[in-house]
Design a protein around this ligand. Structure first.
Ligand code: BT5
Length: 338
C-alpha cells in the first residue's frame, strides 16, 4: 500500500466536518449561522470557519452569507462515508464505510481488513484503482472520477460450497440498483456480469477465506461503470462494454448510486440470512437473459455450444448440447450465439 492510500473523510464515526455537513443537510439548503455551528459542535467560531474552509478545499461549495452564516450550495462528486450513509438505514451493510481516493484494489484492502477482524457488512469504496482485479488474473479498468469500485465484507455462517450464492446475491443487488437508478433494463449474465443492451456495465469478483467446513469471510467485489466515457474504454476488451451514462444519456449521481446499492445488498443479505437462497435464485433467474438462448461457453480446455436450460443447486450453468446431453459448467466465459 502506498502512503497516499489513506481513507478519506474518516470512518463512519462522525468527524467535525461530517457533523457540519449533517447540519447543512438538515437545513435543506438554508443558511446556518456560525454561532449555531459553534454551539452545536462545541468549538470556537474560528474553528468553524477553518472547517468550512477545509470542506471548500475538497470541493464543497459553501457560500458565506454576510452577517447571516453559511449556505451549502453543492457537494462534490467524491465518495465520503457520511454522504453515502446519510439516509441509509442498513441492518449490516454499510454500518462501517471506508472510502479511498485511490488504491490498488478495494478487494485487496477489504480482504486485509477482514483478516484483521473487520465486521460483517464493512464496505470499502475507491474513486480510482491502480490495479483493479477481474477474475482469473484479469484486470478491471478503474479510471478516477467516473465509476464505482466497491468491496463488501460478509461473514455468513455457511459452508464454502455455498459461497457462490453470494455472487448471485450481489448480481441481483446490482441489477436492482441499475433498475431503480435509471430507466435501463439490466440483465444478468452468468456467472458475474451485468449487461445493458448486451454490453457489460458491471462485473463481480468475489473472494473468500475459508476452511473445509466453514467460511471465515467473503469479499464481494463490485465494479459498475457509471459515467465512464467511450474513450476511457481500452480497445481490446473481451466483450462489448459500456457505462450507464453511455446507455442512458444521463449522468449518474455516484453517491446516490452507491447508497442505493448498499441498501439493496443489505435488504438481500438480510433476506438471505432469514429465508435462505431460494428468493435470490428466483430473482436471479428472472433477471437472467440467457435462459433458453443458444450460447457458446469457453471452459478453457474446450468450447461447449448449446441451449441454456437453467442453473443447478451449486450455481453451475446447465447447457443442453446438440447431442441431447446436458453439460454442467462451474466456470467459463459465455457468449450468446445469436
Ligand atoms: C470481472 O472480471 O468482471 C470482475 C470485475 C470486478 C471489479 C471490482 S471493482 C471493485 C473490486 N475490486 C477489484 O479489484 N475488483 C472488484 P472478468 O469477468 O474476468 O472480466 C474482466 C474482463 O473484462 C477484462 O479482461 C476486460 O476484457 C474486461 N474489462 C476490464 N475492465 C472493464 C470495465 N471497466 N468494464 C467492462 N469490461 C471491462
Amino acid at each position: 500500500m502506498r502512503r497516499s492510500d489513506q481513507p478519506t473523510g474518516g470512518h463512519n464515526s462522525a468527524t467535525l466536518d461530517e457533523r457540519i455537513l449533517e447540519i447543512f443537510r438538515l437545513r435543506e439548503g438554508g443558511v446556518v449561522s456560525g454561532e449555531e455551528l459553534s454551539l452545536a459542535l462545541n468549538v470556537s467560531r474560528t474553528a468553524v470557519w477553518k472547517h468550512i474552509k477545509s470542506l471548500q478545499n475538497v470541493g464543497y461549495r459553501i457560500a458565506a452569507v454576510p452577517s447571516q452564516g453559511y449556505r451549502l450550495l453543492a457537494t462534490p462528486d467524491i465518495f465520503v462515508p457520511a454522504e453515502i450513509s446519510a439516509g441509509l438505514h442498513s441492518q449490516r451493510i454499510g454500518c462501517e464505510i471506508i472510502c479511498y481516493t485511490e488504491t490498488d484494489s478495494t478487494n485487496t484492502i477489504a480482504y486485509r481488513l477482514a483478516e484483521d477482524g473487520a465486521s460483517d457488512g464493512t464496505v470499502v469504496l475507491a474513486d480510482c484503482q491502480r490495479a483493479g482485479k477481474g477474475r482469473l488474473g484479469r484486470s478491471w479498468e478503474s479510471p478516477a472520477g467516473v465509476n464505482l469500485y466497491c468491496s463488501v465484507i460478509l461473514r455468513p455462517a455457511i459452508v464454502p460450497m455455498l459461497a457462490y450464492q453470494l455472487t448471485f446475491l450481489s448480481a441481483v443487488a446490482v441489477a436492482r440498483t441499475v433498475a431503480v437508478s435509471t430507466r435501463l433494463t439490466p440483465q444478468i449474465k452468468w456467472p458475474n456480469d451485468i449487461l445493458v443492451n448486451g454490453r457489460k456495465v458491471a462485473g463481480l469478483l468475489n473472494e473468500m477465506s475459508a476452511e473445509t467446513e466453514k467460511v471465515h469471510f467473503v469479499v464481494l467485489g463490485i465494479g459498475v461503470n457509471l459515467n465512464m466515457r467511450r474513450e476511457q474504454f481500452p480497445a481490446d476488451l473481451r466483450h462489448p462494454a459500456s457505462s450507464l451514462f453511455l446507455e442512458s444519456g444521463e449522468k449518474i449521481d455516484r453517491t446516490a448510486f452507491a447508497r442505493e446499492l448498499l441498501a439493496a445488498l443489505d435488504a438481500l443479505y438480510d433476506d438471505y440470512l432469514k429465508f435462505g437462497y431460494a428468493p435470490i435464485r428466483e430473482e436471479w433467474l428472472a433477471r437472467c437473459h440467457m435462459l433458453g438462448r443458444k450460447v457458446s461457453v469457453d471452459i478453457r480446455e474446450r468450447v461447449i455450444v448449446g441451449e441454456v436450460t437453467g442453473i443447478d443447486d451449486n450455481g453451475a450453468l446447465l447447457v443442453r448440447t446438440s447431442s441431447g446431453g446436458e453439460e454442467r459448467i462451474l466456470s467459463g466465459d459465455v457468449s450468446l450465439c445469436e
